[in-house]
Design a binder for this molecule. Structure first.
Ligand code: PLP
Length: 440
C-alpha cells in the first residue's frame, strides 16, 4: 500500500490568473464547473494541449481525461484538424451566407447516420436541444415535455428543471430566473422506471409533445439504462404520438458514429449532437426525418436561426475530425482500450475491497465511490461519497492526471491516449486510490 501522499503541485501562476479572472467573471470563470468548487484548490489555467496531454500556466503536465468535456475524441491539437482549420481560415472567418463546407459536413453525417435525413447546425449543444424542443412542440401542437431527473440538456429555460416530490411531478426550476410557468410545462420523472413513464402519460394524456433523454445519461455520473427501458420509452412515445428526442450531445460520435441510438437499437424522432461534431470548435446540431425537419423555418413555421450557425472554420474542424472517426476500426480500438483501462482499475480496487466502481461504456468512464453494482438513477448516487472524490481528485492532479473537477462528471479516453499513457495513468490512479482508502 502506498502510504505517502505527494506534495501539492505548484499552482502559483494559475492562482494569480484566477485572482485576476475573479475581477472579470462571476466566480472567475465562464462556465460554473470550471471553478473547482467541489474539489480542493482553485482552477488550473491551461496553456496548451497536445495529444492526450495538457500543460497549465505553471508548466505542470497532465494526462488529460476531461478532453474539453468530451469534444476532443482525437486528443488535443490533432494535426488533421489543425491543418484543415488553418487552411479554411485563410479565406475568412464568417460570411453569414452558405458555404460548401456546410454541405460537406452534413453529407459526412447524413450518409453515415441512419437517424437523420435533414439537419440544422447551431453553435452549441444548448441551442440544439432548445431548438429540438421547439420543433417537437411545433410539430405535435402540444406543449408539455417530459424529462428525466439526472439528465442535463443544456441551460435553456424549459430544461433547467428538476423533480419535485412524488413519482410524476411538474418540475421545479433548478435555477433562479426561470419562470415557474415554464417549469410547469416540463414534467420530470426518474430514470429507468417504466412505471413512471406510464403514469406520466396517463396523467398528462394528449399533452406531451416530446420525451427527451440523454442517449446514455452521462452528466450526473454514468447512468446506464436497461435496454428494455429505452425500448419501452420508444414504444410509449409512439403509442401516445409524442416524439422521442435523443440528446446525444455527449454520446453522439462517441459511443460509435451513430451514438447511443445505435447502441440501444432505437429510432428517436429527433436527435441532438454537439461536442465532438465541432472538433473542439463551437458546433451543435439537431436532425430528424425530412418530414419533421420540414417544419423548420424557412420551409416551415418553427423559427430558429443563428448568426454564426454553420461557421466555416467550425465546419472545417468538424469535417476533419469526423473523417478520422469514419476510418475502419476507429471505435473498436478506442472502446477496447477504454474497457481494458477501466476493468484493470476495477480489478485492483476489488482485490483490495475498495468501495469503488468504474462504470464505463464506449470511451466514457466514471469513478463511483460506491459498492453498488449498478447506478441507474440520480437517487442511486451517494452524495457523501463525493468527499472521497475530492481527495482522489487532488491526489490525481499531484500525480499528473487531469479529470473533470467534480465527482458527477465522467471521463473520456481519446484516440491519442496510447497504451503507454494509459498504463502510466493507471498506476497514478491506483496510487491515488491507496491514499484515499488508507484514510477511510
Ligand atoms: N446536452 C447534453 C447531454 C450535454 O452534455 C450538454 C453539455 O454538457 C448539453 C446538452 C449542452 O451543450 P453545450 O454545453 O454545448 O451548450
Amino acid at each position: 500500500v502506498n502510504t505517502g501522499t505527494k506534495p501539492d503541485i505548484s499552482r502559483e501562476k494559475s492562482a494569480e490568473l484566477y485572482e485576476k479572472a475573479k475581477n472579470y467573471f462571476p466566480g472567475g470563470v465562464n462556465s460554473p464547473v470550471r471553478a473547482f468548487k467541489s474539489v480542493y484548490g482553485t482552477p488550473l489555467f491551461i496553456q496548451k494541449g497536445d495529444g492526450c496531454y495538457v500543460w497549465d500556466a505553471d508548466g505542470n503536465q497532465f494526462i488529460d481525461f476531461c478532453a474539453s468535456w468530451g469534444p476532443l475524441i482525437l486528443g488535443h491539437n490533432h494535426p488533421k484538424v489543425r491543418e484543415k482549420v488553418t487552411e479554411v481560415m485563410q479565406n475568412g472567418m464568417s460570411f453569414g451566407a452558405p458555404t460548401a463546407l456546410e454541405n460537406e459536413l452534413a453529407e459526412l453525417i447524413i450518409k453515415n447516420n441512419r437517424f437523420v435525413e435533414k439537419i440544422r447546425f447551431t453553435s452549441s449543444g444548448t441551442e440544439a436541444v432548445m431548438s429540438a424542443i421547439r420543433l417537437a412542440r411545433g410539430y405535435t401542437g402540444k406543449d408539455k415535455i417530459l424529462k428525466f431527473e439526472g439528465c442535463y440538456h443544456g441551460h435553456s429555460d424549459s430544461l433547467l428543471v428538476k423533480a419535485g416530490s412524488g413519482l410524476v411531478t411538474f418540475g421545479e426550476t433548478s435555477s433562479k430566473g426561470v419562470p415557474k410557468s415554464f417549469a410547469e410545462e416540463t414534467i420530470v420523472i426518474p430514470l429507468n422506471d417504466e412505471h413512471a413513464i406510464t403514469a406520466a402519460f396517463a396523467q398528462f394524456k394528449d399533452q406531451i409533445a416530446a420525451v427527451i433523454i440523454e442517449g446514455i445519461p452521462a452528466n450526473n455520473g454514468l447512468l446506464m439504462q436497461e435496454k428494455s427501458f429505452v425500448k419501452f420509452l420508444e414504444q410509449t412515445c409512439k403509442d401516445n404520438s409524442a416524439l422521442l428526442i435523443f440528446d446525444e450531445v455527449i454520446t453522439g460520435f462517441r459511443i460509435g458514429f451513430e451514438g447511443a441510438a445505435a447502441y440501444y437499437d432505437v429510432k428517436p424522432d429527433i436527435v441532438t449532437y454537439g461536442k465532438i461534431i465541432g472538433g473542439g470548435l463551437p458546433v451543435g446540431m439537431y436532425g430528424a426525418s425530412a418530414e419533421i425537419m420540414g417544419h423548420i423555418s424557412p420551409d416551415g413555421g418553427v423559427y430558429q436561426a443563428g448568426t454564426l450557425s454553420g461557421n466555416p472554420v467550425a465546419m472545417a474542424a468538424g469535417i476533419a475530425q469526423l473523417t478520422e472517426l469514419l476510418r475502419n476500426g476507429f471505435y473498436k480500438e478506442l472502446n477496447a482500450k477504454t474497457k481494458e483501462f477501466a476493468e484493470s482499475i476495477q480489478r485492483f480496487a476489488s482485490a483490495r475491497s475498495y468501495k469503488l466502481k468504474v462504470f464505463h461504456v464506449g470511451s466514457i468512464f466514471w469513478f463511483a465511490f460506491t459498492d453498488k453494482d449498478k447506478i441507474q438513477t440520480a437517487e442511486d448516487i451517494d452524495v457523501a461519497s463525493m468527499d472521497k472524490f475530492k481527495q482522489f481528485h487532488r491526489e490525481l492532479l499531484n500525480r499528473g492526471i487531469y479529470i473533470g473537477p467534480s465527482g458527477y462528471e465522467v471521463g473520456f479516453v481519446s484516440a491519442a491516449h496510447t497504451k503507454i499513457e494509459l498504463e502510466k495513468a493507471k498506476r497514478a490512479i491506483l496510487d491515488a486510490l491507496d491514499i484515499v482508502f488508507r484514510n477511510k
